[in-house]
Design a protein around this ligand. Structure first.
Ligand code: SF4
Length: 288
């Protein structure tokens, strides 16, 4: 059996920066405690490893009681008010929000100030979306899919705002964004001035493209990534469109090896939060 591993499988730049940076923080730590607000990345194995090294994961910044503690901000970013709360409580912020996410925060702030209404495409309740929304002000609508466009345009019309900004979560599907964008352009009243900023991360786009290409050339696909990783789920959907024999797993233990007995060529892709060790374990299992 031939195993083809995607070149873009595994940690993206933003996740690598956050994970390596957090390890460095804990290695050089002289403080009693380093906290991380929410999962640093959407991968159980990575989070457990950091926990073992001494980082304490919390859901609410108010859980930090000690003065001068450090709090790590994950690659997806957090709500705007977290920074104010940290300052108020004398907590040092170690900010690993991915520069691509910070760029969206900046765009949202800029256009909010200019009085634009904002359409944001993305997944409801995703940490990155929660963070971005905190920069959008009152006049925004989250668009999860094509069906939400009509309601979004209704909201825009009710606001009486004539300028519209369209932005996206970094990990949103490029294809879906293009479809939604076209529907909006077609249905929005002609007096509305539209500014479109495609803020989908290049790493996501490249990975999705490679997954699509790879899935047309193999007999089976394995997508590796955290159960709660939105970009991993997207890769699974993309692969499944071309290759019926596609599964999405978190670890090698979920592989039913019998499924691959008759397979000649198998493709492997992994989400942006998947460590190299998880990919290596899957390859080892298949080779066995
Ligand atoms: Fe940053 Fe892109 Fe990675 Fe998200 S997927 S952390 S935006 S590099």
């Amino acid at each position: 059996m031939e195993i083809v591993v995607g070149k873009t499988a595994g940690f993206c730049y933003g996740v690598k920066r956050a994970v390596d940076g957090s390890i460095e923080q804990i290695t050089n730590n002289k403080n009693p405690k380093i906290y991380c607000l929410g999962e640093l990345v959407h991968n159980k194995q990575v989070v457990e490893n950091l926990e073992e090294k001494g980082i304490q994961f919390i859901e609410n910044i108010n859980e930090i009681q000690e003065n001068n503690s450090k709090v790590i901000i994950r690659a997806h970013g957090v709500k705007k008010d977290i920074y104010e709360q940290a300052e108020k409580n004398n907590i040092q912020v170690v900010d690993y929000t991915c520069p691509n996410v910070l760029k969206i925060h900046k765009i949202a702030e800029e256009y909010k100030e200019k009085g634009y209404y904002i359409f944001l495409t993305g997944t409801e309740n995703h940490p990155e979306i929660i963070g971005i929304i905190s920069h959008c002000g009152e006049n925004y609508t989250l668009i999860k899919n094509e069906q939400d466009v009509e309601k979004a345009i209704e909201n825009l019309e009710k606001s009486n705002i004539e300028n519209l900004l369209i932005i996206s979560q970094t990990t949103f599907s490029t294809k879906k964004f293009e479809v939604i964008k076209s529907i909006i352009e077609e249905k929005v009243p002609k007096n509305i001035e539209i500014v479109i900023k495609n803020t989908i991360c290049l790493a996501t786009e490249t990975r999705q493209k490679e997954t699509k290409e790879l899935s047309t050339k193999v007999d089976a696909m394995i997508i590796i990534g955290g159960k709660n990783s939105s970009n991993t789920k997207k890769l699974f959907e993309v692969a499944l469109e071309n290759c019926e024999n596609t599964i999405c797993i978190e670890t090698k233990n979920e592989i039913d090896i019998n499924r691959y007995k008759e397979i000649n060529k198998i493709g492997i892709m992994a989400g942006a939060s998947t460590p190299q060790s998880s990919i290596d374990e899957v390859i080892e299992e298949l080779n066995k």
